[in-house]
Design a protein around this ligand. Sequence first.
Ligand code: NAP
Length: 328
Amino acid sequence: MEYRILGKTDLRVSEIGFGAWGIGGSEWQNGNDEEALKALHLAFKQGINFYDTALAYGDGHSEKLIGQLANDIGRYNVIIATKIPPKNLKWPAPCGIPVNDVFPKDHIRDSVHKSLKNLKIDTIDLIQLHVWQDEWLEHTEWQEALLTLKREGKVRFIGVSINDHDPNSALLLAQNHIADTVQCIYNIFDPTADDALLDLCKANQIGVIARVPFDEGALTGTLNAQTTFPEGDFRNLYFGDNRLTMVEQKVNELKKCLGEEAKSLPELAIRFCLSNSAISTVIAGMRKAKHVEANTSYADGKKLSPKLLEKLDAFRWNKNFYASLHTD
Ligand SMILES: NC(=O)c1ccc[n+]([C@@H]2O[C@H](COP(=O)([O-])OP(=O)(O)OC[C@H]3O[C@@H](n4cnc5c(N)ncnc54)[C@H](OP(=O)(O)O)[C@@H]3O)[C@@H](O)[C@H]2O)c1
């Protein structure tokens, strides 16, 4: 496992981080805690020290599993990042909504206290706002609430998880001092964070957590037009209508890029993210030990060639499948 420094935090984070949405269970069906704990323990053994969860993942269940790992292996062996949900429970945050409807001071404090309890720890390494709009920078109450929690030792660093497919909604944030990190979508289909955000983060020493490296599974090559998901699983909507057929067509083309540099699609997807030096860690969603084993093996310091990266640029896909999850 290779490690990178997370912006100005000085934290040394594993290039592959553990994305813990799936193990929360409610939106991702057909997993189980026993399998999740096996995956978490193997992740630690393979060198993963960065774990990304959220209060909203399974209503605290994902945090509880991460807390169990921390308890089993020793709290200070892991860096734990979690997130404060928007009070109005609207993902993504619409433009023009007052920040006090989303992150009022009391909600920030209550959420952090709930997360600490779920995780059974005294300090959260990285607390992230789970949605964002740059216009909120003009308001100070939420910033003071987070800085107070930092002074009290409840959190160490502050981050923001940027709205899906909208990296430009955080360009001002990336030039401001409040956030130590940002979290954004960065994958072969959606590399738009690299158009402007990533350069600003690099210039201002803001750590970048790349999320959804497999586009929710589309970039693993395991999905095709016949794939079905269990009832209640969010992927029924994400990959609804004819989207699995579209994914299959794109992925069949993408397979032509496999070869010496990346022998499988998961390898190509992870190596694509890690080839960008602005990225601090890639949080891959992994509920199974075999996926942990595969994904950690790609963090060996080898980058894709400029020629292959140029080829991958043709796979940009301007879509927003998440929009179908939000009816507002
Ligand atoms: N708004 C936000 O802040 C936000 C939104 C989304 C995600 N996130 C964070 O980002 C993390 C990653 O995103 P994600 O989990 O949604 O999606 P993802 O990482 O793009 O994809 C996860 C899917 O890929 C599969 N997979 C992983 N490794 C594989 C391998 N080597 N071979 C084949 N399949 C493999 C997983 O299967 P199994 O589950 O069966 O292992 C799962 O179905 C989340 O867990 C969460 O921490 C944050």
